[in-house]
Each structure stands twice: as C-alpha cells, then as structure tokens.
Design a protein. Structure first.
Length: 71
C-alpha cells in the first residue's frame, strides 16, 4: 500500500528539534566525557543544542562580484 501524499513528511521544511531523546543525551554526554558507566539514566543533566544558521553574506558577496564582472 502506498502512503497518502498528505501524510508524507517533508524533510526540507522540517524544523530543528529542541528536545533530545534520552539515548541522544547519553551519547552526547559520552562524547563530552561526562558519562560514567553505571550512572542512573534518570535525571540526566541538560545538554545544549547548537543551532546552525545559514549565512547569506557569502552569497551577497558573490552576487556583487558577478555584477562587477558584467560592468
């Protein structure tokens, strides 16, 4: 059976998640070296999520270069 078009998830328009699952938080703590084996999985410390923003300055600079070349 196929999936109805209205139920499909579009990844291009997806927003960034602000909450991590428990396993994602544990993996993040392991990468930072803050996880101790045998530690309780409840009451984990909060982990900061880094938001990535697209830069427009480079695109604008390239557009100005193209305009200068045309003149």
């Amino acid at each position: 059976m196929s999936l109805h078009p209205s139920l499909k998830v579009d990844t291009a328009g997806a927003q960034q998640r602000t909450v991590l699952s428990r396993i994602e938080r544990i993996k993040d703590l392991m990468k930072k070296g803050l996880w101790v084996d045998g530690q309780s999985v409840t009451s984990l410390p909060k982990t900061k999520i880094v938001k990535v923003k697209a830069r427009k300055k480079k695109v604008e600079a390239e557009d100005k270069d193209k305009v200068d070349e045309k003149k």
